[in-house]
Design a protein around this ligand. Structure first.
Ligand code: NAP
Length: 284
């Protein structure tokens, strides 16, 4: 089994620094069931058998489909498996995502996730987005109440700025942040710096996006060839190297891609290649 380095979230949840993003086990547009539900359950079992101890999902993936498949494939869960789910988005069709982070709705969503995942307590419950129609303090306040009631072990946030993260942390302890972040998109560098300073887990979503860097003959492509690796593996290895608090959660619907991505934890890029990658990314 591949050895995966660990990180402790919230002082008591040890997870491998290579998770699985369960957004891609649905139909197109993250809507409805996947074409082959049995294959999706097989993939989830394979993920856990490969040593992954962190699975990221959300009530809105499908909606409901991803959480249901996780329970069908993996319940009763291994003791060391951490499921991080989210609430705060609603769906009206394929590719459509709307925000609704009213406190009463978040509480209902959490109850529904508990039931679907067949859990008494969710290890990490994340606010999926900040709803401009609802004060952030009210949304996070609902999660704080769920925490006090023992329904949530830890609270995380997604898609926040440094200022929003600070405001959320005034209300309740926040253990993790999930923002879009990858080699080619480093807008959340400032949020990552706060996580690094304070020991919060940082789950970069869309971790495999490499933009033009991976085009044939591009710098990522050249470095990947040098290591006999794929561009996806180099993108993940860079994320793991860049900060000790990053917890990549690459998404895939394929066992083959999952196995390829997992090998990134064993890929060590030398400092010169990392500098080359970062310079190319800054220019792109
Ligand atoms: N908090 C948020 O707002 C938010 C938003 C988006 C995502 N997320 C979370 O973050 C996770 C990761 O994000 P993501 O799924 O958008 O992006 P990603 O992991 O960067 O990319 C997933 C895409 O890349 C493909 N892929 C995966 N491995 C590959 C490989 N080795 N070679 C070629 N293609 C490969 C997948 O297709 P195949 O299925 O064909 O492999 C899929 O289309 C999600 O699963 C979800 O849990 C969170």
């Amino acid at each position: 089994m591949t050895e995966i380095q660990t990180f402790t979230i919230g002082g008591d949840l040890e997870v491998g620094r290579f998770g699985y993003g369960a957004m891609r086990i649905t139909g197109p547009g993250i809507w409805g069931p996947p074409q082959n539900e049995a294959a999706a359950r097989e993939l989830l079992k394979h993920v856990v058998q490969s040593g992954v101890t962190l699975i990221d999902t959300a009530d809105s993936y499908g909606p409901e489909v991803s959480e249901k498949l996780i329970a069908e494939a993996l319940h009763p869960y291994p003791d060391d498996l951490v499921i991080a789910t989210k609430g705060g988005l609603t769906r009206s069709g394929p590719g459509q995502w709307e925000r609704n982070c009213r406190p009463d709705r978040l509480k209902r969503c959490c109850e529904d996730s508990l039931r679907r995942l067949q859990l008494e307590r969710i290890d990490i419950y994340q606010l999926h987005a900040v709803d401009p129609k609802v004060p952030l303090e009210d949304s996070i306040g609902a999660l704080a109440e769920l925490h006090d009631e023992g329904k949530i072990r830890h609270v995380g946030v997604c898609n926040v700025s440094v200022e929003e993260l600070d405001r959320a942390r005034q209300v309740v302890e926040i253990v993790s942040v999930q923002n879009r972040y990858n080699l080619a998109d480093r807008h959340s560098e400032d949020v990552l710096a706060v996580c690094e300073r304070d020991g919060l887990g940082f789950l970069p979503w869309f971790p495999l996006a490499t933009g033009d860097l991976a085009r044939p003959g591009g710098s990522l492509d050249a470095i990947a060839r040098k290591y006999g690796a794929s561009p996806a593996q180099v993108a993940l290895a860079w994320l793991l190297h860049h900060s000790h608090v990053t917890l990549p959660i690459p998404g895939t619907s394929s066992i083959e891609h999952f196995d390829e991505n997992l090998q990134a934890v064993e890929l060590e890029l030398d400092e010169e290649d990392i500098a080359t990658l970062e310079e190319a990314a800054a220019r792109a």
